[in-house]
Each structure stands twice: as C-alpha cells, then as structure tokens.
Write a protein that binds this ligand. Structure first.
Ligand SMILES: Nc1nc2c(ncn2[C@@H]2O[C@H](COP(=O)(O)OP(=O)(O)OP(=O)(O)O)[C@@H](O)[C@H]2O)c(=O)[nH]1
Ligand SMILES: [Zn+2]
Length: 382
C-alpha cells in the first residue's frame, strides 16, 4: 500500500501505531470496565455482558441487574471461592438477584462473607471476564450475564474476545521500544542512566536504570524490581522492597555496573488499590498470601514479558540476577534469558515486616534465611 496516496482511516492509524486489533479491543474493554461501564465478551455463538464490581456504583449495579432481567451472576475466582469454602476449581457463579450492592460486594471481596447456598461451576468464558478485570487493574470479582445472539441493550458496548485478553497479557513481549534516556545523579550511587521503554498493554512506561558501564556482551548484573510505592518511595516498614531497591542499586555498582529494571507492577501485579485493600486484611491478622486470596488473587499475579523484552532491546542475553525469588529466575530462563548466577539481595528485619518475610520464605519459596538478616526495630514505627 502506498501510504502517501491511500486514505488513512482511524483504524489504519490505530493498527500502524498500536499493533493488533485484538490488543486494541482488550485495551478498550479494560478502559470501559475501569469507567464502570459494561463490556461484551463474545465467543462462538455465546455472548456475556460483564461489569467489574470494583468500578460499579450501587446505581450502575442496579441498572445492570435490570438490563439483564435478573440473570446476572457474580463470578468468583478459584482463590476467592476457596476462601468461601466452595469446591470450585474453575471459579463459582452466584446469582446476583435479590442481593443489594453491599451484599454483592461483601460476597465478592470482603472478609466474613457467608458461603452462598446457591452456586454453580463457572465456564472458561467467565474466567476470561475476570482476567480482563485484572488487566484493568481491578479486583477480579465481576458480574456476568449471558445475553442471546439477537439485539440487546449491550450492543453499543465494547466487544472483546477471549483471544484479545490473552493477547493483552502477552503483547509486552512484542513491542517495547526506547523513548528517552538521560543520566540522573542518585544519592550514594552517582550518575545512573534512566532509560524509558514504552510498550505492552496500554503502552505503559517502564524504566531501565543503567548503573556504571556494564559490558552487555558478557553476563550482566541485573535486578528486576516490581514497584512498591509504600516501600520504595515512603519507607514503609511492612516490607523489604525499599531496602532491596537501594541495596540492589548499591550492589550493581559494587559488581562493576549493571541494570535495574523498575517494572510498573505494584502489589505483585494487582495494583495499588488492591494492595491497600490487602493491607487492610493484613492489619486484621491475615498473611500477605491469604489477604490477596480474600480479594480473589493468586499468590503472585506478576508477569515478566516486559522485563524480557527490555533486556533484549538492551542487547542483554545473559544475566547475574539479583533476587531471592526463584519464580523470577524460572520465568527469565523459560523465556530464553541465560541466568548464570543468583545474587541475593536482602533487607533488614523489623517487627513490622518479619511476618511478611517469613511468609515469603514459607509460602512463596523465597530463598533467604530470615533469622540471619540484620535486625532493626525503629521506635518511630508506631
Ligand atoms: N499484594 C501485595 N503485594 C505486596 C505486598 N508487599 C509487597 N508487595 C509487592 O510485592 C512486590 C515485590 O517486588 P520485588 O521485590 O521485585 O519481588 P520479590 O518477589 O520480593 O522478589 P525479590 O525481591 O527479587 O527477591 C512489589 O510489587 C510490591 O508492591 C503485600 O503485602 N501484598
Ligand atoms: Zn514493598
């Protein structure tokens, strides 16, 4: 096609700039869910209207029930179903009729909900609806209603197919590109080159911090760090993230230079709002894994396609990985990055983070000896 002469439509431009139509549909669907508007999920002959409970006000919820003639159900993910003692490995569907907004929210993501008397096993399409909500950084509790093939009240809604959602999760691997690069002087470290990569779902920006002048033709010291606003930025004592971030940068410098990838996946990929809800449950005594399960999340919702894509863009194929998390090592190896060595990166134990660190070891398989870590109990920490 001769681009100079052909008429350029919005669709052409969208495809040229943002990749495939499937990703575009998933991005639009996720944005609609976040705005509290329904989305239609369609697959060979069946169509399901979806509304994210996390974004639905009481009046939107009531309108959705009315528009679905009372057929709407609440989908609960397998972890949330297990919390409610439902044996539902595919997730559970609970009729929403006769429940008001408070009652449906309690069932969907709050503590102390009673197990529903009436429920049935969910279909894979309903699982996809929850996956779209997770892509939108919303809780995976979604309202779903099967709608026929004929005209419906939902015809003007964004239409999404299951393949689009899977593509949404995986596009990170395809199209990250560098958009800016500049040195920033960091306390105790010196100049670090902040490199911004854009791509993946919703074209979000991710950072690669280049410390020193590492030789990319050899095995490069690399830390893949997921954002933790509370710990990295505000010095929260509830986790070890801030220590790992600053300690990781210092270690990269001590190792003669390396790269820290700062990934936009707050709260193990659940988003800041869900993480703060989970913290609320932790204040009531739940550990970090059980708190996330109450909200319907698995133990770790993170993915590392972005990390792999950025490492490749930088020309890095072989790394000395600064981590205690074996899942990160396995993910990089599974994507063809050579992990030559694991370098541990540890923080301090405080009375506020001790339980969290022990849970990481006991339930998430992290490689560290909590009893051997330096201890620091701060009086400033109430
Ligand atoms: N959901 C949830 N996320 C948390 C909690 N505490 C910390 N996080 C998140 O956990 C992630 C920790 O990231 P990393 O330090 O890169 O990963 P890690 O799994 O600890 O592995 P290594 O640090 O490499 O050993 C960040 O996304 C934090 O926001 C919590 O209690 N709940
Ligand atoms: Zn943290």
């Amino acid at each position: 096609m001769n681009i100079d002469k052909a008429p350029v439509t919005g669709r052409d431009v969208g495809n040229l700039v943002f990749g495939s139509p499937g990703t575009l549909r998933a991005e639009r669907g996720a944005a609609e869910l976040r705005a509290g508007r329904p989305v239609v999920l369609r697959q060979e002959g069946s169509r399901v209207a979806v509304l994210a409970l996390d974004a639905a006000s009481p009046s939107i919820y009531e309108a959705f029930l009315a528009a679905t003639d009372g057929d709407a159900c609440l989908y609960l993910t397998p972890p949330r179903a297990a919390v409610l003692d439902l044996d539902a490995p595919q997730g559970a569907l609970i009729p929403a009729r006769a429940r008001d907004h408070d009652s449906i929210c309690k069932l969907g993501y709050m503590r102390g909900a009673d197990a529903p008397a009436e429920w049935r096993a969910a279909t894979p399409l309903m699982q996809e609806a929850a996956a779209l909500a997770r892509l939108a950084l919303l809780l995976p509790a979604v309202l779903v209603a099967v709608i026929g093939e004929g005209p419906s009240l939902f015809d003007a809604c964004a239409q999404v197919e299951p393949g689009d959602i899977q593509e949404g999760f995986s596009t990170a691997a395809l199209d990250f590109r560098e958009v800016a690069r500049t040195p920033v002087p960091l306390k105790d470290i010196g100049d670090v080159v902040f490199t911004v990569f854009r791509g993946g779902f919703a074209q979000r920006d991710q950072l690669a911090l280049i410390v020193g002048e590492p030789d990319f033709s050899r095995s490069v010291p690399v830390r893949v760090h997921s954002s933790c606003i509370t710990g990295d930025l505000f010095g929260s004592l509830k986790c070890d993230c801030g220590d790992q971030l600053r300690g990781g940068l210092a270690k990269l410098k001590a190792l003669g230079g390396g790269v820290l990838l700062y990934l936009d996946q707050e709260g193990r990929g659940t988003g800041i709002a869900s993480k703060m809800r989970a913290y609320g449950f932790q204040h009531q005594g739940l550990d970090t894994v059980d708190a996330d399960a109450e909200l319907g999340f698995g133990g770790d919702e993170r993915r590392y396609e972005a990390a792999v894509s950025i490492l490749r863009q930088l020309g890095i194929g072989s790394v000395r990985l600064l981590t205690n998390n074996p899942a990160k090592i396995a993910y990089l190896r599974g994507s063809g990055i050579v992990v030559d060595e694991r370098v541990s990166v540890e923080g301090e134990v405080t009375r506020q983070n001790e339980g969290y660190l022990r849970t990481k070891v006991n339930r998430s398989g992290h490689l560290m000896d909590v009893d051997a870590l330096p201890r620091k109990d701060s009086d400033a920490a109430g």
